[in-house]
Design a protein around this ligand. Structure first.
Ligand code: GSF
Length: 204
């Protein structure tokens, strides 16, 4: 299988961590792409018309996207403990937490595009501030209500939150989330030692 990849994408990192945690790294060849919302990649767009990464080309030529679908597919392909609970209320709770982590990443990626790619005179500061509020509300909720759940196991929800925090460190180092969310900070120290996290640490 071929994974369209960038080492700095938090969504790609999620997929890479799932590959590591389920022992499937060897099944995938990485194809590096350097894209932005205004600069696509023809090969990536084939079978993946929106042109975002990650995308996974299977051996039969079909393409899976986005990261949620790819993670679910990979989780169905190994015999160990599932990273996405298969059924029951736990499944929906964990998927909702994972969605919250994705939304934090979406807001952080959108902020990056607005502040880094968009010409300075066209930037909309109120919108950037609103993305920051989404991130803060998301993290505050995790700190207040979900620390025990996160600590319960390194599953799809915990992986998502770890990728979101790692991406904030990469792109918004001035946002000192550790000071505001000490519980998340302590949890992040622990999970950052996992081989899957170390192997996928984003280096700009
Ligand atoms: C989001 C992927 C995404 O935003 C998913 O896979 O879960 N819902 C999707 N990817 C970004 C790169 S990133 O992770 O920074 C991307 O492909 N941007 C290019 C574009 O055209 O927006």
């Amino acid at each position: 299988m071929i994974l369209f990849h960038s080492p700095l994408s938090p969504f790609v990192r999620k997929v890479m961590i799932v590959l590591h945690e389920t022992g499937q790294q060897q099944r995938v060849t990485l194809q590096g792409v350097n894209i932005s919302p205004v600069n696509g990649d023809d090969q990536l767009n084939q079978g993946n018309p929106i042109g975002k990464i990650p995308a996974l080309r299977l051996d039969d030529g079909s393409v899976l996207h986005d990261s949620r679908v790819i993670c679910e597919y990979l989780d169905s392909q190994h015999v160990g403990n599932p990273l996405i609970p298969r059924e029951g209320s736990t499944r929906w709770r964990r998927l909702t937490l994972a969605s919250q982590a994705d939304a934090i990443m979406d807001a952080a990626v959108a902020t990056r595009y607005e502040t880094f790619l968009r010409p300075t005179d066209k930037q909309w500061h109120g919108w950037v501030e609103a993305q920051g509020e989404k991130i803060r509300r998301g993290l505050a909720n995790l700190e207040r209500e979900h620390l025990a759940e996160l600590a319960a196991g390194f599953d799809i929800a915990a992986i998502g939150v770890a990728c979101a925090l790692g991406y904030l460190d990469l792109r918004q180092p001035e946002f000192d989330w550790r000071a505001q969310y000490p519980g998340l900070a302590a949890w992040f120290i622990q999970v950052s030692q996992r081989p899957s996290m170390l192997a996928t640490f984003p280096v700009a």
